[in-house]
Design a protein around this ligand. Structure first.
Ligand code: CMC
Length: 436
């Protein structure tokens, strides 16, 4: 008989908690009545065993190395689809018809410009500002410019905000890059596809024509597809938590950018390149492997390991192939690629990494491609943010459109002082320094 109830014994009393069935993957114990029934809470720092929401967007099986968007395997999407089609899929749940695709592409394309006053906003940053600090600020600042798409209870405004975020994220990231190198901003070109337009905004200069390379554009488009969503990862959970209070959509996505910035998450691709440069040559790999294994050394092998993927990340396989194709096209034989491939080979046969199931993740390869394309390492997480914007937006929309939405408010295990009486400062001083 199908099990739908779990029974937990607490202090000799048996309580019943329903089991909710997943379409794929682990079923969940519905803990919502746990406290009412037992007075106890569940304790799960890092949410390792906690499903924070119901979703139909993305499915991951970390053991099998699977990633599905709306049921479609990521390798098929990376091979046959394009980024805006994947955006449509994530937002709407189905692949578009030709007419829907045309309409969606047109609508995103016609939201690519940002308010002209944003250029003045940029002038306030130091030239050496990290692009992610500019992204956090400028994505959040969109809410100051687009008041007509901040009513989250209006489906039309929600969709316009979604389009604006997907369309303007690359414009802001490209502006952050141009600002850091002291070149004029490039307006978007609506005759170009999403990736080609981004390359144009980042690399074109007013003084000479910029030659688009379709293979490079396709490689970037694939990088965007591979980064489009990853279920309830830290940044997405941040967006959901921020949005659960009813906050402005632009502010919520800015919160996602902030969370993405960390080196354990979207900052990893930048960290990989720094690490490969620090290693420098294949003969120095054993030294760094030893450091990665040494628990007294904070050094970790960047680009290895994943909270969910305890098998080869399916995106990393595609990224490895894309790296080879893009480097061949760009004629950029990069000594760091030799270091990367040798590091991958050694780590994959090293017992420390094998026993902990630490495989190369997507960031391990993406940085090498982006470097060959001409992006400085500090821009890598900003590109990740551009690509992930659609995932954040889709998850935010799904949450807002769920009639069961409740504001997030995780509980805690309090281990601090019990209640105590306030003492005036003279009394505290006297206690700390008794007169000699
Ligand atoms: N190098 C060396 N040891 C590692 C590494 C690493 N990169 N990752 C995990 N370990 C060890 C860790 O020390 C622990 O060892 P032990 O069991 O002896 O204490 C064991 O493996 C399990 O580690 P964990 O920290 O419990 O694993 P986690 O699932 O919490 O961490 C991670 C996942 C991604 C934060 C971590 O693997 C890491 O820091 N990797 C490097 C940073 C990186 O590449 N991040 C990008 C993630 S993919 C992009 C994204 O989704 O945003």
């Amino acid at each position: 008989m199908e099990q739908t109830i779990s029974r937990v014994e607490v202090d000799g009393k048996t309580v019943e908690l329903p089991i909710k069935k997943a379409a794929l993957g682990a079923n969940v114990i519905d803990m919502r009545t746990l406290q009412a029934q037992t007075g106890l809470l569940s304790f799960d720092p890092g949410f390792i065993s906690t499903a924070s929401c119901e979703t139909k967007i993305t499915y991951i099986d970390g053991d099998a190395g699977v990633l599905l968007h709306r049921g479609y395997p990521i390798d098929q999407l990376a091979e046959h689809s394009d980024y805006l089609e994947v955006c449509y899929l994530l937002l709407h749940g189905e692949l578009p018809t030709a007419a829907q695709k045309q309409d969606f592409d047109d609508r995103v394309t016609h939201h690519t410009m940002v308010h002209e006053q944003m250029t003045r906003f940029f002038q306030g940053f130091r030239r050496d500002a990290h692009p992610m600090s500019i992204m956090v600020a400028s994505v959040g600042a969109l809410s100051a410019f687009y008041h007509d798409s901040t009513d989250i209870f209006d489906p039309h405004q929600r969709m316009i905000a979604s389009m604006r975020l997907i369309a303007k994220a690359p414009t802001l990231a490209a502006m952050a890059h141009k600002y850091s190198i002291g070149q004029p901003f490039n307006y978007p070109r609506n005759d170009l596809d999403y990736a080609s337009n981004f390359l144009h905004m980042c690399f074109s200069v007013p003084t000479e024509p910029y030659a688009q390379n379709p293979i490079v554009s396709r490689a970037l488009d694939r990088i965007f597809i591979l980064h489009a969503d990853l279920a309830q990862v830290a940044s997405t959970s941040t967006v959901r938590l921020a949005g659960s209070s009813g906050a402005d959509p632009f502010a919520c996505i800015a919160a996602g950018v902030a969370s993405l910035w960390g080196p354990s998450h979207g900052g990893a691709n930048e960290a990989v390149l720094r690490m490969l440069a620090e290693i420098g040559s294949p003969d120095r790999i054993p030294h760094f492997l030893a450091r990665a294994k040494d628990k007294s050394d904070p050094f970790r092998l960047m680009g290895f390991g994943h909270r969910i993927y305890k098998n080869y990340d399916p995106r990393a396989k595609i990224m490895q192939r894309t790296a080879r194709e893009a480097l061949a096209e760009l004629n950029a034989s990069d000594p760091l690629l030799d270091v990367a491939l040798e590091l991958e080979r050694i780590a994959l046969s090293d017992d420390y990494f094998v026993s902990r199931r630490l495989f190369p993740n997507i960031d391990f390869y993406s940085g090498i491609i982006l470097k060959a394309m001409g992006f400085p390492t500090s821009m890598f997480p900003a590109l990740f943010a551009v690509a992930r914007t659609v995932g954040w937006v889709a998850q935010w929309k799904e949450m807002i459109e769920d009639p069961k939405l409740r504001m997030g408010h995780p509980s805690q295990l309090y281990v601090g002082e019990p209640q105590r009486e306030y003492k005036p400062i003279e009394v505290r001083e006297a206690e700390v320094l008794p007169p000699s």
